[in-house]
Write a protein that binds this ligand. Sequence first.
Ligand code: BT5
Length: 321
Amino acid sequence: MSKYEYDIVKVLYRSETAVSGQKLAEQLNISRTAVWKAIDALKEKGYHINSVSNKGYTLIQFPKRWDAHLINLILEDSQLFQKGFIYESLTSTQDEAEKLALNESIPFIVLSEVQTDGRGRFRRNWSSLPDTGLWMSVVLKPDIALHKLTTFNLFIALALAETMHHYYEDVNIKWPNDIFINDKKLSGFLTEIKGSQDQINQIICGIGINLNTEVNQFPEALQQTATSLSVETGQYIDRYQFFKLLICNIEKYYNKFMHSEFKDVKSDYERYALMFDRTLKYTEGNNIVYGKATSMNEDGTLNVTGEDGKTYRFISADIEL
Ligand code: BT5
């Protein structure tokens, strides 16, 4: 992207109303012809720019592909994340984030169009096709006691659910690490940490969200269990707008995580949770329980009444629907 193109995108992105060609030319100290040329070049690159005579230009939609300039433009509004590293292809954003974190002392994000070896928890595979989703690692640098970390995933799940709720009414959290819509998996995340024995100073949270994936694009094994936001809403999802909202919510819930406790957001979490009043299969280590979740505790653990009548308290478990 040329400097003029970037400057125009920046002005249009920041403006709430249409900006005239004349104003753009004056503001950027270039000719009207240079403005037209740059606008045409941006349209070629996939920017949807509306031009209305006597009013000017409005940026309607960003292009499909991730662009480092745009991501960093959006991050200018973030108090938390200072930088975004954007790639066409990585094995996993987690691996790259870990390497970059060696030289970065402040929070940042890593995004990749494709992951060739995207991973879930316990090294399970995470399908990460190009153009369709958001495959991102967020690197945070807290200085917290190890025991505080236990609620981190709960706050992140809320950030994700609230973002998706903006697009679709009935979003569910499948405790502890997944977001579901209509009993299908839309998103999953995993958290990797660094620190000393009882103090954590780095969290790398890897987030995968299916945004514009069509059902037949998922690997066959996932076609019955996975979904995307566009499948559920019937609408194309502008990945930049989604990203912007997500970053805002991650920041909001990270601040809550740092400065309050899970009990303060427990009722919000429970409203999204899909585990209550239905019999599900819970696996924690070698322990398998069929039962119904009855309540959450203030530390984020889950109480389940097994079919055997016993009460179980899970710290973390794989839940099958
Ligand atoms: C997760 O693990 O759900 C965490 C996924 C985290 C992915 C992000 S992408 C950015 C960052 N970089 C990475 O390399 N990873 C993170 P888990 O709960 O273990 O679920 C994994 C299971 O979800 C798989 O075994 C499949 O059954 C299913 N799955 C795989 N890809 C999927 C997809 N795209 N959509 C829905 N389900 C999927």
